[in-house]
Design a protein around this ligand. Structure first.
Ligand code: PEP
Length: 244
């Protein structure tokens, strides 16, 4: 169950949020919660979850070079050093607001693999692509492109999130049936990329998830978890989603 805070919750509010959340979220054995705070709040979240093995820290973006003259960017090594275990790659806002290409997501996934962290590759079609009947081909293309330069897919952990772009932050959710159908396509493609390991690769759904729709989505075949933006910004709604 992954909380993507996007550009919200600086260090002070991240600390306050974590205190409110952890007070009511005792250790769980049957699920993992992931937090993707803004980079400046990594330290606040890392220290709050220090003794929690059921909660992982992630970063929202990295650059693929190890170090150098790349003003404003973060490397995988820095993310690891700050306590991150997972890296979001190819989030729709990176693709559609910042113009990130399939080729760049591939470089980022490869850098994440090299650096020993877990990529959470986000894929999803825009509304015109869905209306044109191209949703599946877009998702399959993004999936293969994102993992194209990873060399150890059969042995390394990866995660995937299906996030139809038209459902992100819009209040429109894919029906559980549509989401499930795309997740099974993703599972099938993952088998061709990762072999047997694909059976246990978490495939998360994201797009206007809230405490009301989370249980139905979680009950749907092939939906292993949720990637949540808006509803992860309020401790009580995030608690409800994380428990669903
Ligand atoms: C997201 O940021 O990945 C997301 C799914 O946002 P929201 O839950 O607000 O639609």
């Amino acid at each position: 169950m992954a909380a993507n805070w996007k550009m919200n919750n600086g260090p002070t509010s991240a600390r306050e949020f974590m205190q409110a959340f952890l007070d009511q979220y005792p250790r769980q054995n049957d699920r993992t919660v992931l937090f993707f705070p803004p980079a400046l709040s990594l330290a606040a979240v890392a220290s709050a979850i220090a003794d929690r093995r059921d909660i992982l820290l992630g970063v929202q973006n990295v650059y693929w070079a190890d170090q150098g003259a790349f003003t404003g960017e973060l490397s995988v090594g820095m993310a690891r050093d700050a306590g991150a275990r997972v890296v979001l790659v190819g989030h729709s806002e990176r693709r559609h607001v910042f113009g990130e290409t399939d080729q760049q997501t591939a470089l980022k996934c490869a850098a994440v693999e090299r650096g020993g962290l877990i990529p959470l590759l986000c894929v999803g079609e825009v509304l015109d692509e869905r209306d044109a009947g191209d949703a599946e081909s877009v998702v399959v293309r993004q999936l293969h492109a994102g993992f194209a330069q990873m060399t150890q897919l059969a042995t390394r952990d990866v995660m995937v999130a299906y996030e139809p772009v038209w459902a992100i932050g819009t209040g429109r959710t894919a029906t559980p049936e549509d989401a499930s159908a795309m997740h099974s396509v993703i599972r099938r493609e993952l088998k061709s990329l990762c072999g047997d390991r694909a059976r246990v690769t978490p495939i998360l759904y994201g797009g206007s998830v809230n405490p009301g729709n989370a249980p139905t989505l979680m009950a749907s075949p092939d939906i292993d978890g949720l990637l949540v933006g808006g509803a992860s910004l309020d401790a009580s709604s995030w608690l409800a989603v994380a428990r669903s």
